[in-house]
Ligand binder design. Structure first.
Ligand code: NAD
Ligand code: UDP
Ligand code: UDP
Length: 441
């Protein structure tokens, strides 16, 4: 119901006809609570690029304005400093409710505040959803399974959680948030969606937020020892953020074909290997065919241009010049399967018909010692490891069973740890040594 025809030919290599690309969406009004945080800011990028109007609600406890300030001049973007524990009146179509500190260090910092955020904050956002008839998505967590007695964890498993432990403000808080969501669904007819997210890493994570991937990466870059808690044999499954939501500065491989009088020419754009800086797009809609025409040897793939997936889609939907072009040169554009941005768990869940809960995570399981080894391979083979006592109630293992998300959402993660980590390292390197000159050179 949100789509209207767009006059260009455009298809995804692996959409399988399920996603109506080639159709232009009407923008929605969407609230993202916690939108200035790590996951939220990537989600906001994607929603803005899709043409929606986004209101970020954030109290900046762990979020940063820097994560969203590239949207400040966009009339479709609004940022509200607000604590979700307080009521909020807005008129919107969808609510992505992410507000809650996610790192154990942060959520244990003020546990009463954490549980208030999870319970009262979620209640308020559900009250808002009920009043305006908005669809509501909760980002719950793999922590609802506690220290699991079933492995891997399936959504039907009820978990093994300590209700009075130091992690309860978070895991019991999220369990209550799920309960509230289901009760508003059953009792008040609110359309809800529940995602249980497993450990996610990527650019824009807080550098010192205490989570294991950010700790190891920052420590290895700063030539400090990597702190392995306990014996390091506990496991986690790590998902790159673009699998959860799409990543705006992630460059997928585009294959572009131009049909000229003397035959078909194919371009491959540069493949994603580094982070594209803001506004650093080489692509000029009007200039490309002529400026590159002479470089196109018959049958020779040429490095054509680079642009981010989101910028590409934004231009595709807004630029009428593109339609002219299509008629003139009959362009066909496909995504490469590897980096397909259609693979987006949260948005698929929101747009789909199933309430959930759905596990959203990468089933690749690593011990903390194995993770340290991957960080050594990626950053510094000589990075040292230092053992520290483990924290209380630390789950021994964690690995999602994602059969349900695969079957019902058509979603599965694409980026393994060894491919995702370098992209996070580029971002951390720049933030640690580049822009802020925090330390080192
Ligand atoms: P994050 O800490 O980067 O983001 C959380 C955001 O919520 C921050 O911007 C913070 O300022 C904001 N916030 C916190 N309390 C608030 C309040 N009371 N009112 C308004 N804003 C508030 O964490 P993240 O990794 O982006 O996580 C986002 C969501 O995903 C969280 O709900 C988290 O529980 C869930 N999740 C994340 C992971 C993960 O590995 N990243 C795993 C499971 C679940
Ligand atoms: N609420 C809100 N914004 C709204 C509607 C409700 O913040 O637009 C809050 C409201 O203050 C209440 C909570 O959501 O604390 C639950 O609202 P609901 O209407 O479900 O329950 P009630 O107000 O009847 O307790
Ligand atoms: N951990 C570690 N070193 C660190 C931080 C965490 O070995 O510097 C371990 C921690 O004990 C846990 C795992 O890494 O077993 C994941 O911790 P994290 O805080 O990233 O997330 P959790 O899955 O516990 O919420």
């Amino acid at each position: 119901k949100y789509y209207e025809p767009l006059q260009v030919g455009f298809q995804s290599a692996n959409s399988g006809g399920k996603i109506p690309l080639g159709l232009k969406r009407k923008g929605l009004r969407i609230v993202v609570t916690g939108g200035a945080g790590f996951v939220g800011s990537h989600l906001v990028d994607r929603l803005i690029a899709r043409g929606d109007s986004v209101i970020v609600v954030d109290n900046f406890f762990t979020g940063r304005k820097e994560n969203v300030m590239h949207h400040f001049k966009n009339p479709r973007f609004e940022l509200i400093r607000h604590d979700v524990v307080e009521p909020l009146l807005l008129e919107v179509d969808q609510i992505y409710h992410l507000a809650c500190p996610a790192s154990p260090v942060h959520y244990k910092h003020n546990p009463v505040k954490t549980i208030k955020t999870n319970v009262v904050g979620t209640l308020n956002m559900l009250g808002l959803a009920k009043r305006v008839g908005a669809r509501f998505l909760l980002t719950s967590t793999s922590e609802v399974y506690g220290d699991p007695l079933q492995h891997p964890q399936v959504e039907t498993y009820w978990g093994n959680v300590n209700p009075i432990g130091v992690r309860s403000c978070y895991d019991e808080g999220k369990r209550t948030a799920e309960t509230l969501a289901m009760d508003y669904h059953r009792g008040a007819g609110v359309e809800v969606r529940i995602a249980r997210i497993f450990n996610t890493y990527g650019p824009r994570m807080c550098i010192d937020d205490g989570r294991v991937v950010s700790n190891f990466v920052a420590q290895a870059l700063r030539k400090e020892p990597m702190t392995v808690y306990g014996d390091g044999k506990q496991t986690r499954s790590f998902q790159f953020v673009s699998d959860l939501v799409s990543l705006s500065f992630f460059i997928p491989t585009f294959v572009v074909q131009y049909k000229f009088e003397n035959g078909l020419r194919t371009f491959h754009s540069a493949c994603a290997s580094h982070i594209l800086k803001e506004n650093n797009f080489c692509f000029e809609w009007g200039a490309l065919p002529t400026s590159n025409a002479e470089n196109m040897g018959a049958g020779q793939p040429v490095i054509g241009f680079e642009l981010s997936a989101c910028e590409f889609l934004a231009r595709l939907s807004e630029c009428s010049l593109y339609a002219l072009w299509c008629r003139a040169f009959s362009i066909k554009i496909t995504y490469s399967d590897d980096y397909c941005m259609i693979v987006e768990g949260l948005m698929r869940l929101m747009e789909g018909e199933h309430v959930g809960p759905f596990n959203l995570g990468n089933p690749g399981e690593f011990t903390m010692l194995e993770l340290a080894q991957v960080v050594q391979e990626t950053i510094d083979p000589n990075a040292r490891i230092e053992f520290r006592p483990n924290t209380e109630d630390d789950p021994h293992k964690r690995k999602p069973d994602i059969t349900k998300a695969k079957d019902l959402l058509g979603w599965e993660p694409k980026i393994p740890l060894r491919k995702g980590l370098p992209m996070m390292v580029s971002d951390f390197r720049q933030r640690i040594f580049g822009d802020h000159k925090e330390e080192g050179t």
